[in-house]
Design a binder for this molecule. Structure first.
Ligand SMILES: C[S@@+](CC[C@H](N)C(=O)[O-])C[C@H]1O[C@@H](n2cnc3c(N)ncnc32)[C@H](O)[C@@H]1O
Length: 333
């Protein structure tokens, strides 16, 4: 009688075991929860979870081996984000179910408070930069891309949307106000929210030089302002200065009227880490898919986009995201 050796596929069971091991620890589950909408460096995560850097590195390694987190290199820094679940892969269904359960977790208050601290530290870096940079703003911008390089593309996307004469616009982070004359010509009323007093002053000078009577400039943090919704919300090269861009998109989507649009002009993901120091950038551009995913999570639908390659190697994405008109949806049902 011959003995049959059972066929055990170690590779598959190893992968499942790695997933179960990664999920079998409360701290790692909370790390996954914290990474739902954001990516963090290991030092930031160590701060958020009040643990040592080497301990956090170990947890991240376990999560990475299980395919639950992925890394993104930003210049010299490595950021951890949640990996996208792949349903066709071994453990894919378990991963999807695990993350769905994780998303129901409420982060302990002290962890949520330390996430806020990390965001505030990121924001302070960006604010300090623009406080110091006002007088050489144009030169700094031109290091990567200045408005002349993306103005026409933003206008092409904007004009294709055909806003009515009574429509309103909100520009977030207008900087020296270079785009405000274009908005003032196309919209009945324009509001601009700028959190740097020095930059706001430049924008104010531009508005008075150009006699823009329908533009209201406000010194405000766009993410902490109960501004009324507008038909078109514009962010030109601003998102990469936000501490938590996915959350920011969610908040700004609320400032878009139903049936209106969010226009985002951004750098595509790049590896030029000097941009942090030289231009106050918190993020080295964004993956096109990330912007679409964040927009979807914010209840917006990706529309037409334009991509501009620059001679210095940077790429710009001009993205349109539409907010469904709830009234027309109701009448179409
Ligand atoms: C790179 S500049 C872009 C300026 C302009 N939109 C352009 O395309 O030339 C980013 C601007 O966003 C502003 N900003 C950054 N975070 C902000 C916030 N939370 N609220 C309002 N403005 C913000 C900065 O002060 C700065 O003026």
């Amino acid at each position: 009688m011959s003995l049959r050796v059972p066929q055990i596929r170690h590779d598959d069971s190893d992968e499942l075991a790695a997933l179960c091991k990664a999920g079998g620890d409360p701290l790692r589950l909370n790390v996954l929860r914290a990474l739902a909408n954001d990516s963090y460096g290991v030092l930031e995560l160590a701060q958020i979870f009040a643990t040592g850097q080497s301990g956090m590195s170990h947890h991240l390694k376990v999560l990475a081996q299980a395919g639950l987190v992925a890394t993104r290199r930003e210049g010299n820094a490595i950021f951890y984000r949640r990996a996208l679940a792949q349903s066709e892969r071994v453990g894919g269904m378990l991963q999807t179910a695990l993350l769905a359960e994780v998303d129901e977790l409420e982060l302990p208050a002290e962890i949520a408070a330390r996430i806020k601290d990390v965001h505030a530290q990121r924001e302070a870096v960006s604010r300090d930069f623009f406080a110091r940079a006002a007088e050489k703003f144009q030169a700094q911008q031109d290091l990567i891309a200045g408005l002349p390089q993306y103005r026409d593309s933003v206008l092409a996307v904007l004009d294709a949307l055909d806003f009515g004469a009574a429509s309103t616009a909100l520009e977030v982070g207008p900087g020296d106000g270079g785009f405000l004359p274009e908005l003032a010509r196309r919209f009945s009323r324009v509001t601009a929210l700028e959190n740097s007093p020095a930059m706001l002053e430049l924008a104010r000078m531009r508005c008075s030089e150009e006699g823009l009577g329908n533009v209201e400039l406000r010194l405000a943090d766009a993410l902490n302002d109960e501004q009324a919704a507008a038909d078109c919300v514009v962010l030109n090269m601003v998102l990469h200065h936000f501490a938590a861009p996915a959350d920011a998109m969610k908040q700004l989507a609320q400032r878009v009227q139903p049936g209106g649009s969010l226009l985002v002009t951004e750098l595509c993901s790049h590896s030029q880490s000097w941009a942090r120091e030289a231009c106050g950038d918190l993020w080295l551009g964004f993956e096109q898919d990330d912007l679409a995913r964040w927009a979807n999570a914010a209840g917006l639908t990706p529309g037409e986009s334009l991509y501009i390659g620059l001679r210095n190697g940077f790429q710009i994405q001009v993205r349109h995201f539409a907010k469904p008109d709830s009234r027309s949806e109701l009448t179409h049902r």
